[in-house]
Design a binder for this molecule. Structure first.
Ligand code: MEV
Length: 438
């Protein structure tokens, strides 16, 4: 059973590890070694990672792979992807190559507005609150100037502050609903700092507003925080080609392929059980690039799934059609990303990923990420509607099973060759290993 401890964060790293292994593990030496084998020998680099979070005991590795051949708006990219799922990078690479031969991906950033809110309670006359808000609005902006001035010099800043009446949902509940342009920064710290300043000004100015009664003067701030729902920070990615160009060697006809593909999308548009898995496939591509480029995948996930439900039903993020013999497949997705600030200037692999992509702006990164999602979705639907997903998936999973059984290099070579012409299932691989070892 786990034990509680006071002052854990104050212990040194090795004291923390000693406490953990002594209280949770039977073989303390093995447990310590597991942690230590992931420490970096470069002490400066290790210290950098230690200081990203509290209570760091080791590093947690994920593979960083790349998917080359992504043609986006006529520019070629090699996309970095950090992910553990065996088939994702392979599928992205395959989809990139498929569309490279058919004109590549076309993308557009539709909007880049981000949102933050001050949530507050006011018990009184709404008309008086409106008058107060209109009179205090210039001061809200002036008081936030020390925070906004650098962002404004670069062309960003606060776009608007609205007063929203939410009293039909909760008695006395109002918001300052604020829109921001944060350029290449994801902007969380900038937005939250502005909001906290607005809250202070709002509260103080209300106390001095002569039209308010004593009760009305007492605006009660509940919280000030950005929103990860960014339906106006939107990017579109698209591929299209003639239906007959969809045919590959020994493959089904373009017509049959396109029809099945469109049907698969229609199912994800109307059936939430399918839509969740369909969108999960899109997020396989998106999260992998988000992680590799040091962005916040939790924020992206939350915002994307809210967007997928914006019409009241959870639905597909991607769409497809055939019109006049042209197959078109696209998605529109909200992505609040940063290419400056946060981890981007700190983590050596994030800097590497940025350089690999040609040091993109946040807008360019939005387009690359959306394409990674669309490509992943294309690869998944292509497999699902033709061969089935397991063929490719299990081929990529083969190495994981071989590693589970500690296969040596020679065994791996023999069995990889064997499974080029045999169906990979867990039991088939186990059987083949056993036979080989006999
Ligand atoms: C697996 O990680 C993702 C898929 O299930 C996506 C899909 O079904 O579209 C293959």
């Amino acid at each position: 059973m786990s034990k509680s401890i006071a002052g854990f964060s104050k212990l040194s790293k090795s004291e923390k590890i000693d406490w953990i292994v002594e209280t949770h593990f039977s073989n303390t030496e093995d447990a310590t070694n597991v942690l230590k084998q992931y420490w970096n020998t470069d002490e400066k680099l290790q210290k950098l990672h230690d200081e990203f979070i509290e209570n760091t005991i080791t590093n947690y590795y994920l593979p960083l792979g790349v998917a080359p051949n992504f043609l986006i708006n006529n520019k070629l990219y090699t996309i970095p992807m950090a992910i553990e799922e065996s088939s994702v990078v392979a599928a992205a690479s395959k989809a990139a190559k498929f569309w490279l031969d058919r004109g590549g991906f076309k993308t557009t950033v539709l909007s880049t507005t981000k949102i933050g809110q001050v949530h507050f309670m006011y018990q009184g006359d709404y008309n008086k609150l409106k008058t107060f808000f209109n009179s205090v609005k210039p001061k809200l902006l002036t008081d936030a100037k020390p925070i906004t001035k650098n962002m404004e010099l670069r062309g960003g800043g606060i776009l608007d502050i609205e007063l929203r009446n939410k009293t039909t949902d909760i008695k006395g509940y109002y918001q300052l609903h604020v829109s921001f342009e944060t350029l290449d920064a994801m902007g969380a710290n900038f937005i939250n700092s502005c909001l906290e300043q607005f809250a202070k000004t709002l509260k103080n100015e209300a106390l001095a507003f002569s039209d308010f009664s004593e009760q009305e003067k007492n605006i009660d701030i509940v919280m000030s925080i950005l929103s990860n729902y960014v339906p106006n920070c939107l990017v579109r990615a698209e591929v299209s080609c003639k239906v007959e160009e969809l045919t590959e060697k020994n493959d089904v006809s373009g017509d049959v392929f396109a029809n099945k593909f469109v049907q698969a999308i229609q199912i994800a548009e109307v059936e939430p059980y399918r839509a969740v898995t369909h969108n999960k496939g899109i997020m396989n591509g998106i999260d992998a690039v988000i992680l590799a480029t040091g962005n916040d995948f939790r924020a992206i996930e939350a915002g994307v799934h809210a967007y997928a439900s914006r019409k009241g039903n959870y639905s597909s993020l991607s769409h497809a059609k055939v019109e006049n013999g042209i197959f078109t497949f696209w998605l529109e997705i909200p992505l609040a990303l940063g290419t400056v600030g946060g981890l981007t200037g700190l983590h050596p692999l994030v800097k590497f990923a940025s350089e690999l992509l040609g040091k993109p702006s946040a807008k360019e990164l939005m387009q690359i990420v959306a394409v990674a999602g669309l490509a992943q979705n294309f690869a998944a639907l292509k497999s699902l509607t033709t061969t089935g997903i397991q063929q490719g998936h299990m081929k990529m999973h083969l190495m994981n099973i071989l590693n589970q059984f500690d296969a040596n290099d020679e065994e791996k070579t023999i069995l990889t060759e064997y499974f080029k012409t045999h169906t990979v299932t867990h039991s088939a691989v186990v059987e083949a290993i056993n036979e080989l070892r006999e």
